[in-house]
Design a protein around this ligand. Sequence first.
Ligand code: ADP
Ligand code: ASP
Ligand code: MG
Length: 416
Amino acid sequence: MTGSTPGREKKITVMKFGGATLATPELMKGVARRIVDVRNTGQDVVVVVSAPGDMTDNLIAKAQAIAEFPDEREMDMLLATGEQQSIALMAIALKSLNCDAISFTGPQVGIVTDDAHCKARIVKMGSDKILKALRLGKVVIVAGFQGETEEEEITTLGRGGSDLTAVALAADLTAVVCEFYKDVDGVYTADPRVVPTASRLLNISYDEMLEMASLGAKVLYNRSVEFAKKSGVVLHVRSAVRPEPGTLIMEEVEQMEGVMVSAVTHTKQEAKLTILWVPDKPGIAATIFGRLADEDLNIDVIVQDISEEGTTNISFTIRQKDLQRAKKIVETLVKEIGAKGYQADEKIGKVSVVGVGMRSHSGVAAAMFKALSERGINIVMISTSEIKISCIVEENRVEEAVQAIHEKFKLSNLTS
Ligand code: ADP
Ligand code: ASP
Ligand code: MG
């Protein structure tokens, strides 16, 4: 992010580097040189780093090899160590280039969160320590993804949370733009790993990026986009190794509505549960979804069939990892509410089209469904909002579905 704090002469640039860009000592040294280049343009630099490479995944796997459902407070203690390694190594790399630098953990720079371990929300920021170090001429390196509660308990902000740290710092330091350096050089019309001919977008609105991030485009953490929208920080997703500009995520401008569909996104590893022959009377859905919410299960798409002979089927989707837990709850619910039983579809995924242009163009749903039917891909469920349409399909057809829809809306090779 580049911006100016009142009373400051120099602009502050906040640069966020993702795990893939820090995976090896060589890559770290390259990142350090890039930071020095920006600092040499006369700006103050605040850097936010993720844990190197796959470290967070590896730490989670280690904990799960010990316990199926590890204690969440202790998971935060464990996962916060990944980013702590990155900050120290980056400070070492910068100092070896004769660039004065200092590393801080999230708690050290006053990032205060609530106590929802593993998915904490930021409640307060404090930039005094950062500003003091900048005044001393140092590059400040902050560990992404972490904070602490008022009781000084370490917390983490959810997977991808370093993006949120960067945006929150950008907002707190009154920056105008927050720079994200990644292994991908921008936001594309689909995940380039699934559609190699996908086009890089020059800019995209906060609302579209928020839908994309929430519907599986892991390029930015959805909560970081939400935060940016609220605080008006412009986000810039760009390559960690190439100098060219990437994609700007910003307030909607008029010409964005001219495009019918901006991107196709997807998720895998979801599951569907159907409760059969549910008595069709008021209060039943409230009982079912109330119980699932009490158990902290995230429900995505819900469909209720038309009622026949006083009963109906209710289907909903969840993450595959929550399936066993959900099944146990549903088994009890079936008995309690007098339903006939339930069915589980363990391997489904979701493909979605996103675009603010949908507000003013009709026919998007029809074209999407046609693309799927031409490939013989069955639509299991559908959900829509003002600027997106999602279809649940079999998990092993998800990639093909993304490619078919991307082709139908002619999204390949749109920009350079
Ligand atoms: P970081 O480590 O910097 O946080 P991530 O690995 O979380 O970065 O996100 C970058 C990855 O997001 C890319 O490697 C790419 O495969 C994936 N991705 C998914 N959808 C998109 C998209 N629409 N545009 C760009 N990248 C995408
Ligand atoms: N290291 C954390 C993760 O992998 C946070 C991040 O990289 O944004 O989810
Ligand atoms: Mg990420």
